[in-house]
Design a protein around this ligand. Structure first.
Ligand code: ZN
Length: 123
């Protein structure tokens, strides 16, 4: 393993332990980077039972976030075109869009995030 970070609390990130079914919006996780083969693993640790787990589909959140960001960019660009440049309505749409994406991300993590147990590793 080439790199690992400390466990930190990820606020507003849904976690449900596959071992004890403990659920919370404050996941306890760290990133682990492996060189051969190159791979990034997000390891989640249950605050109740201590079991380690990982996301079943780790790329799903990134894909949804990227698609939502592209849609937000298109909407802000469309508003800027109508307005004839950057104006107060473009900035308001951008700020409202970022706030909406943040709330949707929290809600979507409750539906999308599924976890599978992995062996506990102390580094
Ligand atoms: Zn647990």
């Amino acid at each position: 393993m080439a790199f690992t970070s400390e466990f930190k609390t990820w606020w507003f990130h849904w976690f449900r332990c596959p071992s004890c079914s403990f659920g919370t919006f404050s996941a306890y996780a760290r990133a682990e980077y492996q060189e051969q083969p190159p791979r990034l693993l997000f390891r989640f640790r249950c605050k109740r039972c201590g079991q380690d787990s990982k996301l079943t589909h780790p790329h799903l959140n990134m894909l949804i976030g990227f698609a939502a960001s592209v849609i937000l960019f298109l909407v802000v660009f469309w508003v800027a075109l109508i307005e004839g440049g950057w104006g107060i309505s473009s900035v308001l749409v951008l700020l409202l869009g970022v706030a909406t994406l943040w709330v949707l991300n929290c809600a979507l993590s409750r539906v999308v995030n599924r976890y599978v147990s992995v062996a506990r590793v102390e580094l």
